[in-house]
Design a protein around this ligand. Sequence first.
Ligand code: URA
Length: 426
Amino acid sequence: MSEFTAVDVIRTKRGGGVLSDAQIDWVVDAYTKGLVADEQMSALAMAILLRGMTGPEIARWTAAMIASGERLDLSSVARPTVDKHSTGGVGDKITLALTPLVAACGAAVPQLSGRGLGHTGGTLDKLESIPGWRAALSNEEFIAQLRDVGAVICAAGEGLAPADRKLYALRDVTGTVEAIPLIASSIMSKKIAEGTGALVLDVKVGSGAFMKSVDDARELARTMVELGGAQGVKTVALLTDMSTPLGLAVGNAVEVLESVEVLAGGGPADVVELTLALAREMLDAAGLPDADPEAALRDGRAMDVWRTMIRAQAGDPDAPLPTANEVEIVCAAEDGFVAEIDAYAIGVAAWRLGAGRARKEDPVSIPAGVVLHKRPGDRVRVGEPLYELRAEQAARIPAALAEAARAVRIAPDEPAAMPLVIERIG
Ligand code: URA
């Protein structure tokens, strides 16, 4: 018989108490093994959401989630390892170009990525637009590719932080995702278990992000930076704007195409700016502060690594990507400046077009999405295209049109420019 019961642990937190190390170790382990029921863990997650956790509680909770599974050993990789994690947004395709770019500059990037849910996209869904590309690798394949190519983007194996896998699914259906201690421990347990030596966090702020305010984003970032440091992973965070979609493309295949443009030395200015800012942070954290990511984009080294990385996972980097048969172009009804393009509304529009999923088991449409023709700050005249909606079925267009129409605001005066990188923490 254990000295703990789930009800006592729930009561402690419900009353605003501090959980002991032993209580945390027990409840995370017992939940992973199925000895604590889903309804009990739901009640505890809600108590944590309402009452919060102290720094030491969050650190212990994270350690217990890491201990629920395996921790990869990347010591056979000769280069310094560094990863990036984004808290998720709309049009956030940065991982696609950033991973080969940082590898081209001398680091190894072990990028375990996820799938989209709701209005935010997922890196694996985007890469699966490429014919043949395979997201699932064994641990051995993952480490071998990291050694040989220096860049891997793949799905996290079942063995990494299984407590988080179970708990995240539960939080998703019990209204308990938005708790900073639970978000921080969920993200960091997976990143630490993956074995990276250093980590750069891109914490998104704005309508298209989990964190709607800079204060919340800062608290989440500080919590994660501390958790990484305590586990020996050099961690820094950038708070970046997610009130507007990143770049012009929001969807799956369309985001791959935009990433390839960046790797070819072009692409939208904001995507290039954020890619380079994160690359510099990653290279610095990996102990390669003199590497020049701008040069690696310019001279084609990053593109070479991209092609090798895609081929290593059975993808064909030269294959044409599927295109949509239904395209609706929306034009401006007035003259002025684009004052706002709301990230959340555009994310929902792309989701309604079929680019995202409502339930984890749903398929996504490869060619569906939104392609912007204008960005905030651009001048626009009546009749000029503002954006286009792409779908596989015409029936998906009207609901997406209604969302997208709410996203775009045109005003007579030029809006003030918003900084993309808001703050650095670490
Ligand atoms: N992403 C995660 O991995 N976990 C969370 O809790 C939220 C976002």
